[in-house]
Design a protein around this ligand. Structure first.
Ligand SMILES: Cc1cc2nc3c(=O)[nH]c(=O)nc-3n(C[C@H](O)[C@H](O)[C@H](O)COP(=O)(O)OP(=O)(O)OC[C@H]3O[C@@H](n4cnc5c(N)ncnc54)[C@H](O)[C@@H]3O)c2cc1C
Length: 429
């Protein structure tokens, strides 16, 4: 049986960063590292991230941007890897970062393949072996010559088995294991749920999993079909049938033939998923967040004075994209509304509280993230080591940690892996 000091499960964002961190100083200590990846390619989500531009972090403080059973669980990691350290880690990999007006961090090339190749170059330079197309399906921790050792079983990944490739199967003995298997969202990229199963077999529990950062389907999408492709800067919240409202999200919404997408809509999806009721509630849009009902009504009254012959559609032409305006006016039966103060108020209020029935989110297939995961109570937050199984480390998205859009999820994956990598080095030296 092959033996290795450190075995890493998964060559995604966290697995590659852990491998680089260990390779950076581990070589000097003579430690051997091996990574097993079930896909034929590493880091597919890194490549897809930020629309191919890789929004890998955010310069803002982490407080308030992460959720999970214990939102403070992330803080010790971000004390170790603060904003300056994070930049330095990437600079050391040769990746210069730039920051946009919202604090989002990108490689200065604005290309995710820059980050991807920098990580792979460092892994190769550190003599870390990465094996592709191999899925870890079992990890056992057993005493071996008086010491606990991990016995990691792997085989050709299920995707390879389906395509009839040669079946490989084997076992590796390791002194420490880092599981960096990610979440189950977007299986077409690399999402898979085996990380949760591996951790469970080693004694870990997990919280409920649900898709997050995902577009929302509307029950009345048919009415919106003509607005499909229309982008709108607006604010919205999710209101359950029980009357519970989510936080208000302001930003860009993209209307589609099934409902709404865009960053702001995706941020509301978590509230839809967390609503325990079987029937979903409504998305309530404020279509003109920068104006109050009173300001909107006076704007309309002034337009009526200036253009007494215009119909509502002509009067409101400059406020909303025409396709959205027409849906709103049709629903309000605006043809019956008089061009009076009370008519203006009715339209202004409808624009500020434009309610659409939610059908569902688009699920794991379209989600950028899996919310929920391995219970963080079972992990030491300063090292990412398991409290249940010494020298087992759990990192990245598979933990019950989910962040906002804007770079917070890659920031967590990379930073948690860096901390785990440093810690495993300290333990095995
Ligand atoms: C389309 C898209 C865009 C995104 N954009 C952004 C963004 O701009 N900014 C941001 O912060 N976040 C973004 N995210 C989220 C971010 O990519 C993830 O949170 C991050 O990649 C998680 O890193 P990870 O290493 O934990 O998991 P992953 O990157 O998913 O890596 C897990 C790896 O483990 C492998 N694996 C799983 N099980 C096994 C097994 N049993 N054996 C061997 N290998 C296994 C998988 O094949 C995969 O390669 C985006 C996600 C998606 C899907």
């Amino acid at each position: 049986m092959k033996e290795v000091d450190i075995l890493i499960v998964g060559a995604g964002a966290a697995g590659l960063m852990a491998a680089c961190t260990i390779a950076g100083s581990g070589r000097a200590d003579g430690l051997s590292v091996r990574v097993l990846e079930r896909q034929e390619k590493a880091g597919r989500k890194i490549l897809a991230s930020g629309n191919g531009r890789c929004n890998l972090g955010n310069s803002g403080p982490p407080e308030g941007h992460y959720r999970g059973g214990d939102p403070d669980f992330v803080l010790p990691v971000f004390q170790i890897v603060d904003a300056a350290k994070y930049r330095q880690i990437f600079l050391d990999l040769g990746v210069v970062l730039l920051e946009d007006e919202a604090g989002r961090l990108y490689p200065r090339t604005l290309r995710s393949d820059t980050v991807h190749s920098a990580l792979l170059n460092a892994v190769a330079a550190g003599n870390v072996a990465v094996d592709y197309g191999l899925e870890v399906y079992d990890i056992k921790c057993r005493p071996d010559s008086g010491k606990d050792a991990f016995f990691v079983s792997f085989r050709s990944s299920t995707d390879n088995l389906r395509s009839g490739s040669l079946i490989t199967e084997g076992q590796i003995k390791a002194k420490a294991v880092i599981i960096a298997a990610g979440g189950k969202s977007q299986p077409q990229l690399s999402g898979h749920d085996s990380g949760y199963t591996l951790a469970a077999a080693l004694g870990h529990s997990r919280t409920q999993l649900f898709p997050a950062l995902v577009p929302i389907e509307l029950a009345d999408a048919g009415k919106w079909r003509r607005s499909s492709g229309q982008r709108l800067r607006a604010a919205a919240c999710y209101l359950s049938h029980g009357g519970k409202s989510s936080a208000r999200v302001e930003g860009e919404f993209l209307f589609t033939d099934y409902g709404v997408s865009g960053i702001a809509a995706m941020e509301l999806a978590e509230a839809v998923e967390r609503d325990p009721a079987s029937g979903k509630g409504d998305l309530v849009f404020d279509l003109i967040p920068e104006m109050s009902v009173e300001e909107l009504s006076s704007f309309m009254m002034r337009q009526i004075e200036l253009h007494p012959d215009y119909n509502w559609e002509e009067l409101l032409n400059g406020l909303l994209a025409q396709d959205i305006l027409l849906v709103l006016l049709r629903e309000l039966k605006a043809g019956d509304l008089k061009k009076t103060v009370s008519g203006c108020y009715s339209i202004a209020r409808a624009m500020k509280e434009f309610s659409r029935p939610v059908k569902a989110t688009r699920g794991f297939k379209f989600a950028q993230l899996t919310a929920g995961g391995i219970n963080t109570d079972e992990i030491y937050p300063q090292s990412l080591e398991s409290k249940i199984c010494p020298r087992l480390y759990l990192t990245g998205e598979m933990l019950d940690v989910n962040g906002d859009t804007g770079g917070y999820n890659l920031r967590w994956a990379f930073s948690s892996a860096y901390v785990a990598g440093k810690n495993v080095l300290a333990v095995l030296k």
